[in-house]
Design a protein around this ligand. Sequence first.
Ligand code: IZC
Ligand code: ZN
Length: 415
Amino acid sequence: MELLLKNIGLLATPTGSAAKKGIEQGEITLIENAMVGIKGGKIAYAGPADESLKADETIDCEGRLVTPGLVDSHTHLVFGGWRQKEFPLKLAGVSYLDILKAGGGILSTVEHTRAAKEEALVEKGKIHLKEMLGLGVTTCEAKSGYGLNTEHELKQLRVIKRLDEIQPVDIVPTFMGAHAFPKEFADDREGYIKYLIDNMLPAVAEQGLAEFCDIFCETAVFTPEESRRILLAAAELGLKPKAHADEIDPIGGAEMAAEVSAISAEHLIQASDRGIGSMAKSGVIAVLLPATSFYLDKPYARARDMINAGVAVAISTDFNPGSTPSLNMQFAMNLACLKYKLTPAEALTAATLNGAAAIDRAAKCGSIEAGKQADIVIWEAEDLEYIFYRYGSNLAHMVIKDGVPVMQRKECPTC
Ligand code: IZC
Ligand code: ZN
């Protein structure tokens, strides 16, 4: 073995290679006084302390909590500029969709992203990923959707690919040309949808730059019918469907996601009973984004009803410059317990294995089990409850990615 983590006070991990639903979401493995052995970047042993295990290097965890690396399964990671100029409008009560309708919001980020040089977007993304990694995130998803034409959507996706290559966090790419109607097509919705299907999608698929296709199915953005059409066209080209669904208004987004067999539907603040039922039937994972509810001052999604209905729940940040200018997965995890009333065990599964399943990576990461990537967080904590109960501080003590310690708290006297 190359590396052995010993003296683990508590190893807490979901198990398996598929999303956990219903009561299984809360059934995690807890091992006191554990060890984790790593070989070739993968986990070779995870279980009770075994003094016969030998390794080239050892890390003494000094009784700390160890969990899988966090999986942030929904981010708008690559964007130009920020939107702080709209903050006073938001504080004065102007809604997210009204800011968008007036040409701001997503459209303001589109202007900044189109104007940005590819290399500048890479540099900015790198800074964000470093912060995410330090907070315990070892895999994330990243969406395009701030180009809204072929040239700039491809640019954004190339930036995502490059970022995946040059730093430790694994990034899963999603094409989201259907994020808004660009100003060139403000009066021609059908024209943009045709352009997206006939021009953008084939270019993205041909260049192999995205694994998923996402859409903003929402009032004044894409209707469920338009969403279905675009996602089915994407699926024909090999891009797996995802959907921002029922975030602000209950327009049947969850039902649409189930109909097109989307791997996941996101937000779901206003999802109806029928929508939740059809997601359960089709096995659509609910990616819930509590920090967005917090920032938009909206209700929280009905996570408990979803779990009771047999829908697997994942949680994620939704990091973006408008509705969630925060990349802090630990804060999303706090909110998942405080606002959704998930148990710490359910929330851990939501932030690891179920997040991995929502981006089709559950066979590779999301749990600490032999054969999976050695993506691990050693926490400044003795038990699982602690990391959900504390908030506002970074509680990651050390982050290990593919078997390599990549982040360590500098101020920690024992490091
Ligand atoms: O830039 O506002 N909800 N898309 C849908 C977003 C939030 C990102 C943004
Ligand atoms: Zn989003």
